[in-house]
Ligand binder design. Structure first.
Ligand code: ADP
Ligand code: ZN
Ligand code: ZN
Length: 839
């Protein structure tokens, strides 16, 4: 990377000292200005890793965020101590994204850095000690005690030691006191040593030693000499069989993976003997975790409607950076993405495709892999850190030009993005809740694309209201796909009235007669069924039938969820678990009943209703392992499962031929939720899960169980009438000041003492209210959940004018207010959390 200030600043003898703003991992919301010493000026620029002194004692590593000629006003800038690398670790566009994110989401740029760098690239440093060159034991004013002498002697031997080394030498636990004393006595110096934690994947291979590989006679001699040893012979034969031979010489350089012999059932001890006797040798190679091979895939033939949509997208990109592709489920958005990605790559640009978390393990990725092979990197949140560093390095080296990934893939070191696609752009999992930066990856992706002057394509069957609003305002382009690909039709919807069935005694184990019939029919035709309930566990809570007591979490303000598996009560907020109580803690009654429906309970009741069916469950509890989700999907895909019960995990991107029935157990639970987005989300979830049915030639059936079949939303969902639903909801949002008509900033105040939390929240609320920006303030109120993990929570909400000026002013003043709060003697231990555009 070129040094940035070469162009920006005049070079001359009496040049002002140059300064660098450094991003440091400290909880202070800004960068810090340091002087660039002349000796380092040549090899430093934006994105370089540097070492600086922070405060009196600390030495930290940070990243250069900016280079300029303006000295800081409030303090004397200290010099940068050292530069760590010969080139930048992150590029200027990444830093601009970080800076935007810190400002927009009201967090520290150090926090963004933390989220952005895989920990293998993080600036980890370790404190080490060395002898102070000025120290002379003879003349020193301070005598050293025995233990200090031991350390000093060891240092003479080794030059430098870590704290851990010292602890090992002395055989004691905490060394800090001794080190501090040695520093005070000026005997040693403490310094920071930086290390990279990335360890590439290494493979053990074996090959013939040169003598046997290149000399036919020697090899024959060898075989003669081991003729009585069949196990060794077998190994050599296997080797020669796997390694190509050319002109009678084994092409031996690359050797063979060592594990092949074990896999072939050959003797490990014979292999060892051959290595010991100098016949085979072992060596290690660094390998990529990603397959390179490109399996041939059929060329894509877009349908007429798809082709027209694609042409329209490209045409609208001429005028607008962002286009919304509104295509019903099964319309083939993926195929359009693929052709657009191919074109962008062919033009030399990089491409990023964002997918919601869970969609990443499905055949969507397999499908993309077939088309893009080794050019494609996958960035999954369940990947190990080393795997992530490999994708990072792949992008950096240019080997990977296309990344498909979860939200954090926006942080990869792209330098020439041409196209960013956000699939299922309405998905709430694009929003990061904790920790900061609390960003919305769709919005950040649009900013990322803008920084690269690239295009963004947002795709969804049920666009977020924000995006649809922007499209209607002509800020975004807009393209529709109204038909499913091929012969497939949208499914037929049925409302099943839970209360009516109950009255007539037709409700069995939470299933209406209609749902049972449809499931039965599907099973008879050997088709598959999906059952959706967005609640894991067995029952949301248990309740004493005599006095109404409900077991709750001691640390959080919520009831405990009953999990039949393991007979446990669990808190879904803090992870607390306990055995299921058999008697009421309040009145001693033994009549404790499970209330409400969780996936476990549905799985159990379906097993009773359909004893012959093979039933599986997909929720957080059954998919915790890295491949748990994939395995369940494979089982379902290969027809080993008839009915799959699941949470919102089953709403995303599943594309199975034989699913013809989708049941929604309790639509009311999605609909009646105290949140302004509840309607929007219900429309999206129900439409999406319904979209899994009948994706091929057979038309699907969707059964929605509800206690309020008259609710208008069902009519609109069933008719696919997104626009009217949108218009009606937007009327409400406008009337009651909700996004996208206003911008929401939520600040929560957390403390372990109720009184302190409340007082701090009031105080802060007052400061926020005084900010001279047009706004509506709500609160402070106890959070929807008033206590989590022993922390009481109060919330203040500001609804701001949409103008960026109002927002910038508010955020700026809010920052000042928070600094004032944090400096207040009563509120030192209070935590404040700012969430911009909360969900
Ligand atoms: P969406 O993402 O819009 O819900 P998909 O991209 O999953 O839809 O497409 C639905 C199904 O139709 C998939 O199985 C896909 O492979 C198939 N399909 C869509 N378009 C084409 C096409 N042009 N050629 C062949 N198959 C297609
Ligand atoms: Zn009781
Ligand atoms: Zn809890």
């Amino acid at each position: 990377m070129e040094s940035l200030f070469g162009d920006a600043y005049p070079v001359g003898e009496d040049l002002n000292p140059l300064f660098a703003d450094i991003i440091l991992p400290v909880p202070i919301p800004r960068m810090f200005t340091y002087k660039i010493p002349k000796s380092l000026a040549e090899g430093i620029g934006i994105g370089y890793r540097v070492i600086v002194q922070f405060g009196k004692k600390k030495v930290l590593t940070g990243i250069v965020g900016k280079v300029h000629a303006k000295p800081p006003q409030a303090y004397e800038a200290k010099p940068i101590l050292d530069v760590l690398d010969a080139q930048a670790t992150v590029n200027p566009l990444q830093i601009r994204l970080w800076a935007w994110m810190a400002e927009y989401y009201c967090c520290h740029i150090g926090e963004v850095m933390n989220a952005a760098l895989p920990s293998g690239l993080k600036l980890s440093s370790e404190s080490k000690i060395q002898i102070n060159p000025l120290f002379d034991q003879e003349t020193s004013a301070y005598p050293l005690d025995d233990r200090e002498l031991v350390i000093l002697e060891a240092l003479v031997q080794r030059e430098k030691m870590s704290y851990q080394d010292c602890e090992n030498i002395l055989g004691i636990k905490s060394i800090h006191g001794i080190i501090k004393s040695l520093v005070v006595k000026e005997a040693i110096l403490v310094f920071e040593e930086v290390k990279d934690k990335f360890s590439p994947k290494v493979e053990s291979r074996v090959r013939l030693v040169k003598r046997y590989a290149e000399d036919r006679d020697a090899l024959e001699g060898l075989f003669a000499s081991i003729s009585g040893k069949p196990k060794q012979e077998e190994i050599l034969l296997k080797y020669l069989q796997e390694v190509p031979v050319f002109h009678q010489v084994a092409l031996n350089e690359k050797g063979l993976e060592k594990s092949i012999f074990a896999q072939a059932g050959l003797s490990q001890s014979a292999l060892k003997t051959l290595m010991k006797n100098g016949v085979l040798e072992e060596f290690k190679v660094v390998v990529s975790r990603f397959q390179d091979e490109l399996t041939a895939s059929d060329p894509i033939q877009l349908s007429q409607e798809q082709d027209a949509a694609k042409a329209s997208i490209k045409q609208q990109f001429e005028e607008k950076h962002t286009v919304l592709l509104h295509g019903i489920t099964g319309s083939g958005k993926t195929e359009i993405y693929i052709t657009l990605i191919e074109e962008a790559l062919a033009g030399g640009s990089q491409v990023l495709l964002l997918l919601p978390e869970i969609a990443l393990t499905t055949h969507m990725v397999d499908r993309l892999r077939k088309v893009f092979g080794g050019r494609m990197g996958v960035f999954h949140s369940k990947y190990s850190d080393n795997e992530r560093v490999e994708v990072w390095n792949g992008v950096l080296s240019g080997k990977v030009s296309f990344v498909v990934g979860v939200r954090s893939s926006i942080f990869l070191p792209f330098d020439s993005l041409g196209l960013v696609i956000v699939d299922e752009e309405h998905e709430s999992s694009y929003k990061q809740f904790d920790p900061a930066p609390r960003y919305q990856a769709r919005d950040a992706a649009i900013m990322l694309a803008w920084l690269h002057q690239a295009n963004t394509l947002l795709g969804s069957a049920t666009p977020s209201f924000e995006s649809f609003y922007n499209a209607r305002q002509k800020k975004y382009g807009y393209v529709q796909l109204k038909n499913r690909y091929g012969e497939a039709q949208l499914p037929e919807f049925h409302l099943a009235d839970i209360l009516a069935d109950k009255k007539k005694n037709l409700l069995k184990l939470d299933s209406t007669r209609l749902l049972r019939e449809k499931i039965q029919e599907a099973l008879q035709r050997q088709e598959q069924v999906l059952i959706f309930q967005n609640r894991r566990g067995y029952a949301p809570y248990i309740c004493c039938e005599d006095c109404g007591w409900i077991p709750g979490c001691d640390r959080c303000d919520v009831s405990l969820t009953y999990h039949q598996f393991g007979e446990e009560m669990r808190c879904h907020y803090c992870g607390f678990k306990e055995k299921v109580p058999h008697t009421c803690a309040a009145c001693g009654s033994t009549k404790l009943g499970a209330v409400g429906l969780g996936t476990e309970r549905i799985e159990e009741s379906l097993a009773l209703l359909f004893p012959e069916a093979r039933i599986a469950r997909m929720d957080l509890d059954t998919t915790r392992s890295k491949y748990g989700y994939q395995r369940l999907l494979e089982d379902f895909g290969s027809g080993n499962v008839d009915i799959l019960v699941g949470t919102q995990m089953i709403t995303k991107g599943l594309d199975f031929d034989r699913v013809t029935v989708v049941g929604i157990m309790d639509a009311d639970r999605i609909l009646y939720f105290p949140d302004f987005r509840a309607g929007e989300r219900a429309f999206q979830q129900i439409t999406q899960v319904a979209g899994r049915a009948g994706r091929r030639d057979k038309r699907g059936n969707v059964i929605i169980q509800t206690r309020r079949p008259d609710d208008q939303i069902f009519t609109q969902i069933m008719a696919g009438d997104y626009v009217n639903f949108y218009l009606q909801e937007m009327g409400e949002r406008q009337r009651f000041f909700y996004p996208p008509f206003v911008k929401i900033i939520k600040v929560s105040t957390r403390h372990k003492e109720y009184k302190v939390a409340e007082k701090a929240a009031r105080h802060l609320h007052q400061l926020m209210a005084e900010i001279p920006v047009k706004k509506i303030m709500l609160g402070p109120e106890k959070g929807l959940i008033g206590k989590i993990k022993d922390q009481y929570i109060f919330e203040s909400v500001a609804k701001l004018d949409r103008t960026s000026q109002a927002q910038a002013q508010f955020k700026h003043d809010l920052q000042a207010a928070l600094e004032e709060m944090q400096a207040h003697k009563d509120f030192k231990s209070v935590r404040f959390v700012v969430d911009v555009d909360p969900y």
